[in-house]
Ligand binder design. Structure first.
Ligand code: EPU
Length: 420
């Protein structure tokens, strides 16, 4: 297992280029199941999760390769000869559940391992199952696997989400494109990754109204065709680097991003006294004054993203007062608190809120990564801390950050990766 060692306390300077979004790439890759032919996806990040999705798609019979000339991912889904997503793959990546809707829509049946709990909460998939049942899927649980089938085509229907679910919306959206009749998804999630998926489905011939809204109307069609699309920039990777720059001071430009997707974070950074300038596809941050502590509440998009909660908590440890950080999406997403405390942070957890008493500084320590975004928060903390920070179990970071160490070295960080 590898570890990352950071010599902290050095300001970041220069430009970091953001990769394609993990959480857009995964559903768009799954969407290739829906129509036979060769799909072309640009800007797919090379991550552990995207590789897991490729292994999963290959297990169904889909062929893939990276085009040498431009790195585009080509997915040939002409033949699908297996509809089972094994526990071995699903347990390493919960987003594997995204194949359920497309498999049922195209093949009429699917057998997908039920994901277990994970480091950030129980994370059930009951909304996915209930929504698919509304479209005519009969499912049962067999040996830890969800087995679903449908007589003929799926049937359009109205689906209400109790609370907006990102992958739930994506799964049902994909399934509904091949259903008979009209499907309405109400209280749908509105994350930009869903708009990216809608763009792909539309390019495949699907008819979808309500992009960017919480009510999606899908007019089902019998057949879709292959498509060529570009994955949007990763807003969480963008936000992580903005927060790292705010934590260390210095001047950083995050390039090839979409500033429009980061409104909530940009407002919070400004409130905290960080200078933020926004261009068309880049964001410049610079901090020359002490940080002000601000309160944060995670919410579905366009609210503050839960996927940046851990990283902004690391920043708030450097603030000048009290910051209340409330997590409303996941019940157990404070695993980073104990690790940040090892670096000198003063944080109390009270139910869904963490009360951070900013002390202006952190000190390096040996810490352990527990999930993807918790790991990213330890990197932000380590970059800002005085002395050396050693982060173990960094395989979590490989799931979602493309060349993190290389990108940070490029802007002046003293960071290296070693085998333990
Ligand atoms: N929920 C249910 N039942 C369901 C589905 C969701 O109760 O059937 C609950 C969840 O437990 C949670 C809430 O609904 O409390 C919202 O969860 P959501 O379904 O939106 O999460 P997700 O689709 O499983 C995606 C991202 C996560 C991100 C969340 C929230 C992907 C592949 N994953 O997960 O990303 O945190 O939305 O924005 O898109 C990450 O990248 O580190 C990550 C965890």
């Amino acid at each position: 297992m590898d570890k990352i060692i950071i010599k902290g306390g050095l300001p970041l300077h220069g430009t970091i280029k953001v990769s394609g979004a993990k959480n857009a790439a995964l559903p768009l890759m799954a969407a290739a199941i829906l129509a036979p032919g060769e799909h072309v996806l640009h800007n797919v990040p090379d991550l552990r999760d995207t590789r897991t999705m490729l292994t999963l798609l290959a297990s169904f019979g889909i062929k893939w390769r990276r085009r040498e000339s431009d790195g585009a991912l080509l997915l040939d889904s002409t033949i699908i000869d297996n509809v089972e997503a094994s526990y071995d793959l699903v347990k390493t990546m919960r987003a594997s559940v995204l194949v359920l809707g497309p498999l049922l829509a195209r093949m009429g049946r699917a057998r997908v391992s039920l994901p277990g709990g994970c480091a950030i909460g129980a994370r059930p998939i009951d909304f996915h199952i209930k929504g698919l049942a509304r479209l005519g899927v009969v499912s049962s649980l067999d040996n830890g696997y969800v087995e679903g089938s449908v007589e003929g085509r799926l049937k359009g229907n109205t689906i209400y989400f109790d609370i907006p679910s990102v992958t739930g919306t994506e799964n049902l959206l994909m399934a509904a494109t091949l259903a008979e009749g009209i499907t309405e998804i109400r209280n749908a999630a509105r994350e930009p990754e869903i708009a990216n998926l809608i763009d792909m489905l539309t390019a495949m011939g699907a008819r979808i109204d309500g992009r960017d809204s919480d009510c999606l109307v899908i007019r089902g069609t019998k057949k879709l065709r292959s498509a060529e699309v570009t994955i949007i920039p990763d807003r969480i990777e963008t936000g992580t680097y903005l927060l790292a720059a705010a934590a260390t001071g210095g001047e950083l430009t995050v390039a090839a991003c979409n500033p429009g997707h980061l409104g909530a974070l940009i407002e919070k950074l400004r409130e905290a006294g960080v200078e933020v300038r926004v261009g068309q596809d880049e964001i410049f941050v610079c901090r020359t004054q002490p940080l002000r502590s601000v309160d944060i509440k995670t919410l579905p998009y366009p609210g503050f993203p839960t996927d940046l909660q851990a990283q902004i908590m690391a920043l708030m440890c450097l603030g000048n007062g009290l910051s209340v950080i409330t997590e409303t999406i996941f019940e157990n997403r404070f695993m980073h608190v104990a690790e940040l405390r090892r670096m000198g942070a003063d944080i109390k957890v009270d139910g869904h809120s963490a009360i951070v008493k900013g002390a202006g500084s952190l000190t390096g320590a040996q810490v352990m990564a527990t999930d993807l975004r918790a790991s990213a928060s330890l990197v932000v903390a380590g970059l800002a801390a005085q002395g050396e920070t050693e982060i173990s179990r960094v395989y979590h970071l490989d799931r979602g950050y493309d060349d993190l160490v290389g990108k940070l070295i490029g802007v002046g960080a003293v960071i290296r990766r070693e085998s333990e």
